[in-house]
Design a protein around this ligand. Structure first.
Ligand code: FE2
Ligand code: FE2
Length: 191
């Protein structure tokens, strides 16, 4: 990664994210790099995506909505997501910030940021790595015993499915709202 861009990203993150979120990003970056090496992906690109994945996480719901309107972002089920799943909005806004403020043009990086919360059908290995690293980073306080190290670094698809399953389990067991695409996504990977 170009040293200037790298410094710009770190400065942005330390200026905009709360310390806990900043540490989360560093932990995600750490795991994403290890996964990228295991699965022979471009480590530098994966690191850019990991560092920027939560770059919009500091914003309030009001700021999210304002940003979406001002930048005319296309969000699937926008009204539903704003009402019931506002925690998903930072993925879309983050991918937009990555492009506009950091000049990211690489589709894999953009998609990985955009899809790191809900996922989507036909995710690339690159997107799966960011999705997994975000969920299994060391700072996450929940038990991660549902994925062994052997599976995490040896079977990307299995790890992805276990993380997806764990996310769905969490939402359902806490009587929270599922993203409207989640059944389609689940069926795609398990059909
Ligand atoms: Fe996130
Ligand atoms: Fe995250």
């Amino acid at each position: 990664m170009n040293k200037n861009i790298e410094q710009k990203i770190y400065n942005y993150l330390s200026d905009n994210l709360k310390p806990e979120r900043y540490n989360h990003v560093l932990a995600v970056n750490d795991l994403a790099i290890k996964l990228a090496k295991s699965y022979k992906l471009d480590v530098v690109k994966v690191s850019v995506a990991a560092l920027l994945h939560d770059c919009a996480k500091n914003m309030t719901l009001e700021e999210n909505v304002k940003y979406i309107k001002k930048n005319n972002l296309k969000i699937k089920y926008a009204d539903f997501v704003i009402k019931y799943l506002p925690q998903v909005l930072h993925s879309y806004i983050g991918s937009d910030i990555a492009q506009k403020q950091f000049g990211v043009k690489d589709k894999e990086i953009i998609n990985a940021i955009k899809n790191h919360t809900v996922g989507r059908v036909e995710m690339s290995e690159f997107e799966k790595v960011i999705f997994i690293a975000d969920a299994l980073s060391v700072d996450r306080k929940y038990k991660k015993t549902f994925v062994s190290k052997k599976i995490m670094f040896g079977d990307l698809d299995k790890t992805f499915k276990l993380v997806l399953q764990n996310k769905i389990k969490y939402v359902v067991s806490n009587f929270k709202v599922l993203h409207p695409d989640i059944i389609k996504i689940w069926n795609y990977y398990n059909g």
